[in-house]
Design a protein around this ligand. Structure first.
Ligand code: V55
Ligand code: FE
Length: 516
């Protein structure tokens, strides 16, 4: 494995993505360590945790741990080593340090581990005893000591492919973690073949070939329109690379992959270099801009991309996508305006909470449509996000999905956040819903197959529940076919697990073939 360590001089002066894996001059130990003081959180549950933990045998407070489950559930959450020195407003946790979690299931016992992801950025700040990196995605606001250091936070996803455990955020190349210890091995550039400065946190694995399909946006540096699309073979070697330019520069958080196509959603969460120079938000919602879905044949050439145009909409995560050779179906929660209230709206408009609600919808592209448009059809009437599927059906026609609901008409759940787990049949729209109770918010629900050969959607939904009144978290396993029946098993984690993003299940058999 090679680690990224190209000199900064490789980059042109125009490029705003840094490549050093350590400060040019080592950070000296301070004369006196800076006092650590975090701002008071709105709710005590949301204070930084800053604990790296090891627990052997989590307490099972309800039900039985399925003893046949043999594997590890990995997840990344957002924690913060040191308080920021810049005012970020209500940015949520997008600019926080990544903390990797593992829940190791074996013979009816579950071991818990958590480790900060030791990015070059984290290590530089640890040496200084204070934050050195400024605003989200804005290198102009960093301390001079860290000029040129990769700004990646690795706080969005942790996934396993080709024998390696990756931790990723879309702002930099991924890092490799040791799947047993969660120690950080380092940034990884695919043996020098990752030519993009960034790599998505949402790669897709084709279950038929084991290929990992991925991309980087702002691939030539912050706010550039360049997108690089890659495919890696089952062993993780890049076997396809092509570049193209998006109609405008924006946050391309997720994308869709089918058997025959790869689709890049350009959503008007725009970026402009001038905004960074003025220390405004890197991302701003543009209510006047249109959506473009860029379609390439799998392993196609960038110059052949075809853009299908639609009205102003917000979408972020893709539940699943498939094609029949001619039509492409993409399922994603869609809202009329930005889902993220912390990013401003171009023209200083106020956020409208109604318009920000996302409803699982199907976008359909007819690749023979000469008008180059796409259609939209609602699947769910309940506001939701964090959609997942049975990943064994990634790129294929599928029917079962799961997501977090923000609301359920007729049911009061004050406090906000994701409050219900909903398993959905995307063909009929039928949903089965679980409510974890008052004062409880849920993280992303993740499907775990009951067995390697289990039918689609047969197995478990793993979900972390924050018991905000009790100041601890739980790992809950639901029966994926009957989430409405309540937990199969509840594991108490005697800590507040901070709010997090994505997670994935890796079997012990897959882990035995590690190649890092
Ligand atoms: C998301 C999360 C991020 C980010 C951009 O939609 C998008 C989720 C945790 O960080 O930087
Ligand atoms: Fe995401």
């Amino acid at each position: 494995m090679t680690h990224m360590n190209r000199p900064q001089d490789d980059a042109t002066a125009e490029e705003l993505q840094w490549t050093r894996t350590a400060p040019a001059t080592p950070i000296p130990e301070p004369e006196v360590w800076p006092t650590v003081r975090f701002p008071e959180p709105a709710h005590p549950f949301d204070a930084p945790l800053r604990v790296e933990a090891d627990i052997q045998g989590l307490e099972c407070v309800q039900g039985e741990i399925p003893a046949h489950l043999d594997g590890t559930f990995y997840k990344v959450v957002c924690d913060r080593q040191f308080p920021k020195f810049v005012d970020e407003g209500p940015l949520g946790s997008f600019n926080d340090d990544g903390m990797a979690l593992s829940f190791r299931f074996r013979k009816g016992r579950v071991d818990y581990k958590s480790r900060f992801i030791k990015t070059p950025r984290f290590e530089a700040e640890r040496a200084a005893g204070r934050a050195l990196f400024g605003q989200y995605h804005n290198p102009f606001t960093d301390r001079p000591e860290v000029e040129g250091v990769v700004r990646g936070l690795a706080n969005t996803n942790v996934f396993f492919h080709g024998g390696k455990l990756y931790a990723a955020k879309e702002d930099s190349p991924p890092l490799i973690l040791d799947p047993d210890t969660l120690d950080t091995v380092g940034h990884y550039d695919f043996e020098g073949t990752l030519t993009s400065k960034t790599s998505t946190a949402h790669p897709k694995v084709d279950p038929n070939t084991g290929e990992m399909v991925f991309f980087g946006y702002s691939a030539k540096g912050e706010t550039t329109r360049d997108i690089a699309y890659y495919e890696a073979d089952a062993s993780g070697q890049i076997i396809h690379e092509t570049w193209f330019k998006a109609p405008y520069s924006s946050m391309v958080h997720d994308f869709a992959v089918t058997q025959n196509f790869v689709i890049f959603p350009i959503i008007p969460m725009r970026t402009e270099r001038e905004w960074l120079e003025k220390e405004e938000s890197m991302f701003q919602w543009d209510p006047e801009e249109r959506v473009y879905l860029g379609v390439l044949p799998r392993k196609g050439k960038g110059e052949n991309i075809v853009w299908y145009e639609g009205p102003n909409r917000f979408a972020s995560h893709i539940m699943g996508a498939h094609d029949d050779g001619r039509h492409i179906h993409i399922d994603t929660p869609v809202s009329e305006s930005s889902y993220f209230p912390w990013f401003p709206i171009v023209g200083n408009q106020e956020h409208d909470p109604e318009k920000s609600k996302g409803y699982l919808s199907r976008w359909t592209i007819d690749t023979r449509d000469r008008r180059r448009t796409f259609s939209e059809q609602k699947i769910s009437q309940f506001a939701s996000e964090f959609p997942r599927m049975d990943d064994r059906f990634e790129t294929l026609k599928y029917q079962w999905g799961v997501m977090g609901l923000n609301e359920l008409p007729g049911h009061d759940a004050p406090g906000g956040g994701f409050r219900w787990v909903s398993a959905v049949d995307v063909a009929t729209g039928e949903q089965k819903i679980w409510y974890p109770g008052d004062h409880a918010t849920i993280g992303e629900p993740v499907f775990v197959p009951g067995a390697d050969d289990a039918p689609e959607g047969h197995g478990y939904v793993f979900v972390i529940v924050s018991r905000r009144d009790l100041m601890h978290s739980e790992m809950v396993l639901l029966d994926a076919q009957h989430v409405d029946r309540g937990p199969v098993c509840t594991l108490k984690v005697p800590l507040r697990i901070p709010r997090g993003l994505h997670g994935n299940w890796v079997t012990s058999e897959e882990l035995a073939a590690r190649t890092d």
